[in-house]
Design a protein around this ligand. Structure first.
Ligand code: NAD
Ligand code: MN
Length: 497
């Protein structure tokens, strides 16, 4: 960092944040595309928008300023039942359609999403709080990519599973979280449709808007009525979706606690189940790693999407000899992150998705301080309204601390050290989770050893948070089972005989 300052060394040490804060203040650069929001969204059942039977609605809030965005229909058990009946009626024709024809619908959905990419990006940012540059450059294009990718599989199922007879499950019930609302919808719907299933999907209660906007695209694409049904609501609606007798398969992404309860409730039902749950990934930096790249990867690993990422690199394991150097560079880098208006194109860290999530982050950070870890936060200013949290580093973290063991799901990094390769593996695997990990080292042989020994579904080497629809994603242990993406993800949406 080549920053010169006239302040005395003393002043610089006591308030360094302000020096950088002043230097890096940017003029506002809000994204201005129209998200084309309706004031009220109904349920999408059998190809039409319908009011919920009990006429109940809830409000979706913009976490960036706490303003209401739209009224969302709350689906009750009777509405969920309607959705399943519609999906069951649509199943025979949809599943018998030649794969190439199903593929055409998927290509159409992908292209329509691309056509409306800017509009969807703004809607996603307004409803969920993520920085517009992420919604624009990651969520929406990656959602379209999942439809393109699975469109390609629709007429090639026989090649994907050679020698086997391939059949869809039937109606699939899908429940998704709020951190990547549209992208999780794409991860769920695209493989289900490619394989010939029909769908009842429930978005998370704080982020229903892009799912219901996607229903507009389903109509525009002329998808046959009932093939995809979208029912909004909270946990009660989700419970009705997973418990419905017509669900041949349930796919859930969300917290480990809810995942466990779903697993218990489905036990013995014969329904196929896949769970994508929480994580507490180790991002491991060896002393031969290129430090500046590693620091970028650490920052991306934990601060992407405010840390609301199941595979976030929330535990930094750094080799002892370089721990001080890494921490110094990290602090410098974190001071430059711009926290604020999610719609601003320069924002690095947007709003925390909900008040409840902000409270959870605050509770765990307070526990970290109480248990004796060293907290660092830049003194960046936060917007007066909305739910925000400063990027936070905890050094001196012990394996027994809550912040080392529990998923915080916020912009909070816990830093631990290790001495040997074996100790790194042991510490990285010392968790109930096993979704992802990162390894930073110059040695190819070490990358291979680590990727074999780390109990994590994804291991990134000298990079972090890289995604591709062709690459399977999913967990070990309490991070769940089943895969999404790639041939492995497709396999979870078919019956083979
Ligand atoms: P959550 O489990 O509370 O909610 C997830 C979804 O489940 C929401 O749609 C919610 O309405 C619904 N739900 C709540 N109670 C339910 C019940 N009893 N039955 C059925 N559905 C129910 O999780 P959250 O706190 O909203 O989401 C964050 C969690 O999701 C984190 O733990 C994160 O790691 C995990 N996550 C995992 C992945 C992954 O791919 N592994 C991806 C994103 C998020
Ligand atoms: Mn919202």
């Amino acid at each position: 960092m080549s920053v010169s300052t006239k302040k005395s060394p003393n002043q610089r040490r006591s308030r360094p944040e302000l020096i950088f804060g002043d230097l890096w203040a940017f003029d506002p650069a809000p994204e201005t595309a129209d998200p084309k929001l309706k004031s009220r969204y109904d349920l999408f059942i059998n190809g039409r928008f319908v009011a919920p039977k009990k006429a109940a609605y809830f409000t979706s809030i913009n976490p960036g300023n706490e303003q209401p965005l739209a009224e969302i229909a709350l689906a009750g058990a009777a509405d969920v039942d309607d959705a399943y009946q519609a999906a069951a009626r649509a199943f025979p024709a949809w599943s018998k359609l030649p794969g190439a024809e199903r593929g055409k619908y998927l290509y159409r959905l992908a292209r329509l999403l691309q056509d409306r990419a800017r509009e969807f990006a703004v809607a996603e940012t307004l409803d969920g709080g993520k920085p517009i540059k992420e919604a624009r450059d990651f969520d929406v294009p990656m959602a379209a990519a999942h439809f393109f990718y699975h469109a390609g599989w629709a007429d090639k199922l026989a090649y994907a599973f050679p020698g086997a007879k391939v059949a869809p499950h039937g109606v699939v019930g899908q429940v998704i979280p709020w951190n990547f609302p549209l992208l999780m919808l794409a991860w769920k719907i695209a493989p289900a449709l490619a394989a010939g299933n029909t769908v009842v999907l429930k978005p998370a209660e704080t982020t229903s808007i892009t799912a219901l906007k996607f229903a507009e695209i389903l109509q525009e694409a002329g998808l046959p009525p009932g093939v995809v049904n979208i029912v909004a609501g909270a946990g009660g609606t989700g419970a009705a979706v997973v418990a419905h007798p017509l669900a041949a398969k349930v796919a859930f992404t969300g917290s480990t606690a809810v995942g466990k309860s779903i697993m218990r409730s489905l036990a013995g039902s014969g329904k196929k189940l896949t769970l994508e749950l929480g994580g507490k990934a180790a991002n491991i930096v060896f002393d031969d790693a290129p430090l500046d790249q590693a620091v970028e990867g650490i920052v991306n690993g934990i601060f992407f999407n405010q840390g609301h990422v199941c595979c976030a690199g929330s535990r930094l394991l750094v080799q002892e000899g370089i721990a001080d150097a890494v921490l110094t560079r990290l602090k410098l880098r974190v001071r430059q992150l711009r926290v604020g208006d999610p719609l601003d194109k320069n924002t690095d860290i947007g709003a925390i998705n909900s008040k409840a999530q902000l409270d959870k982050i605050r509770t765990l950070v307070a526990a970290g301080v109480k248990e004796g870890a060293d907290l660092f936060q830049p003194a960046c200013s936060l917007p007066p309204k909305g739910w925000y949290f400063r990027p936070t580093l905890f050094s001196g973290v012990q394996q027994s601390h809550r912040i080392a063991r529990e998923e915080i799901f916020g912009p909070v990094l816990s830093i631990l050290t290790f001495r040997t390769v074996d100790e790194a593996v042991e510490k990285a695997n010392n968790t109930a989770y096993g979704l992802s990990a990162g390894v930073w080292t110059d040695k190819g042989s070490r990358i291979l050893k680590m990727s074999t020994e780390l109990k994590a579904g994804v291991v990134w080497a000298n990079t972090y948070n890289k995604f591709d629809p062709a690459s399977p994603f999913g967990g070990y242990k309490e991070s769940g089972f089943g895969r999404e993406g790639g041939k492995q993800g497709l396999a979870d949406y078919v019956k083979l005989s």
